[in-house]
Design a protein around this ligand. Structure first.
Ligand code: GLC
Length: 485
């Protein structure tokens, strides 16, 4: 996506801060918006996506496509104010507080000596991800405010040098993920950096063009920032943590990231041929994954790898006042819906300044893990539905804000598939039997995944009708397995 900073003034804030503003620029990849990565400019340096064969790409992304479910972690100094500044609630997502409250650089940096997350336990966080049935973790190594949650020789504004904690939680996580067999990725805000001279900033409030900075300490050359901080820190993150990172998760690209500057980052990425990275680098590079944020695309992105990232409440970074948590049922149905469309669900937790994970998030993840411990076979390593109409339809009358037809979700059932199985995730119990008018495979048997008991199958022309017990086996989704030849 090439969007000039000037144009970003309106819509950027929309996704990032949760503050609804007029105008809609694709900040992230919001409902109805698409990050345009059709490289108008030729890639000065070919990226791995430009050069690899399909077989090489399939091998590189194999684990990601099997995984289907990951943990996003937004954790940084912003967990200290936790959404409040100068005694007032700041109306944005927690990690945007420095921008939306126009906090001067020196005042924000003064938070670092207060950051001592002694309750943080990499073992507990990684065990929670495993209990939830998550197969990878992506943690904010550096968010827009520029504080590095890792030891960095490139910039002293980091958790080891600038806080009394003095430890590197990324190193602890890398070691624990290796021990527990979970992939670890890093979110890195490559464009926005609100404490480094020259770092980009998206507009909030009355910040003025062309930089949308609010403190002269932020001014400088973007190229200098990229060369002195961003690229050296990316090299640290790519080299200092053994097998990690499996993923680099870029965010909020701006027109500052020209194809030339973007290619300097790509040169570094090319040294790590197993790395997966997303579509938010900028400079016209498409990366590997589409990144719908806070929504699930009606039909997924057929033929593309994609990952829908979502918060459990309304903020990425911890906010003490945000208790608007989605139910475990909603979160599970999102996961099933996303898997049925061939995507991954990157579900966020926002640890407190102490390092503890908020209990409502723990409870939801444990509930999701209980369902997956019984039904995970119908999610992991699956391919998308063979049907499609079950997801809903585009309204003939209702419109989205951008004028496109509104997609009206249906929530009776979803389907995922494997070579010899069709999984039907029944949200609503259809009573005595489940019918499909047409199945593009030969059905040779059926059973409920949770108890394995064979069910009677009647062939009806091109379809089937499967006799069901009177009651579902699960209140959220009961999985019916159709064995197929
Ligand atoms: C938006 C926000 C950022 C958040 C990201 C997660 O880009 O700017 O705060 O980390 O969404 O996808």
């Amino acid at each position: 996506m090439k969007v000039s900073r000037r144009k970003f003034s309106k819509g950027m804030v929309l996704a990032a801060t949760g503050v609804a503003v007029a105008g809609r620029q694709a900040l992230a990849q919001l409902k109805g918006e698409h990050i345009d990565t059709t490289a108008k400019a030729k890639h000065p340096v070919p990226s791995i996506q430009d050069t690899e064969t399909k077989a090489e790409r399939d091998a590189r992304l194999h684990w990601f496509r099997e995984a289907r479910f990951g943990m996003f972690i937004h954790w940084g100094l912003y967990a200290i104010p936790a959404g409040r500044w100068d005694g007032k609630e700041v109306p944005s997502t927690g990690e945007w507080i420095m921008n939306t409250a126009s906090i001067p650089v020196a005042d924000y940096k003064a938070l670092a000596p207060q950051f001592n997350p002694t309750e943080f336990s990499a073992e507990r966080v990684v065990s929670l991800a495993k209990t939830a049935g998550m197969k990878y973790i992506v943690i904010t190594a550096k968010h827009h405010e520029g504080f590095a949650m890792f030891e960095s020789k490139a910039d002293p504004f980091n958790i080891v040098e600038a806080t009394p904690y003095k430890k590197d939680p990324i190193r602890a996580l890398a070691s624990e993920c290796r021990k527990q067999g979970i992939k670890l990725g890093f979110y890195y805000s490559q464009d926005q950096d609100w404490t480094a001279p020259g770092g980009a900033a998206y507009k909030t409030g009355d910040h003025k063009p062309p930089t949308y900075h609010w403190d002269p300490a932020q001014d400088g050359s973007f190229a200098d920032y990229l060369h002195k901080k961003c690229i050296p820190q990316l090299e640290e993150l790519l080299s200092n943590y053994d097998e990690a990172p499996a993923i680099l998760w870029f965010d909020t690209p701006t027109s500052d990231m020209t194809p030339e500057l973007g290619s300097e980052v790509v040169k570094v990425l090319n040294k790590h041929p197993k790395l997966i990275w997303n579509n938010r680098l900028g400079g016209g590079y498409a990366g590997d994954t589409e990144t719908p944020e806070q929504f699930i695309p009606p039909n997924g992105y057929p033929g593309k790898d994609w990952e829908s990232c979502m918060t459990m409440n309304d903020t990425w970074g911890y906010k003490s006042g945000d208790n608007n948590f989605k139910s475990a049922e909603t979160l599970l149905r999102n996961l099933i819906d996303i898997a049925s469309k061939g995507g991954n669900y990157l579900l966020n937790i926002g640890p407190k300044a102490t390092g503890e994970v908020p209990q409502p998030e723990v409870e939801r993840l444990e509930a999701m893990g209980r369902w997956l411990s019984v039904n995970g076979e119908a999610i992991y390593g699956t391919t998308p539905t063979l049907f499609g109409a079950e997801a809903g339809e585009f309204s003939k009358t209702e419109k989205e804000k951008d004028g496109s037809p509104k997609f009206v979700d249906a929530w009776k059932w979803r389907s995922t598939t494997k070579a010899n199985e069709i999984y039907i995730h029944l949200f609503e119990w259809p009573g005595g039997s489940f019918k499909l008018d047409s199945v593009p495979r030969t059905v040779t048997g059926a059973y409920l995944l949770a108890d394995g008991k064979p069910l009677e199958v009647k062939h009806t022309g091109n379809g089937v009708e499967v006799a069901l017990p009177a009651k579902p086996l699960d209140s959220v989704a009961t999985v019916l397995v159709l064995k197929t030849a």
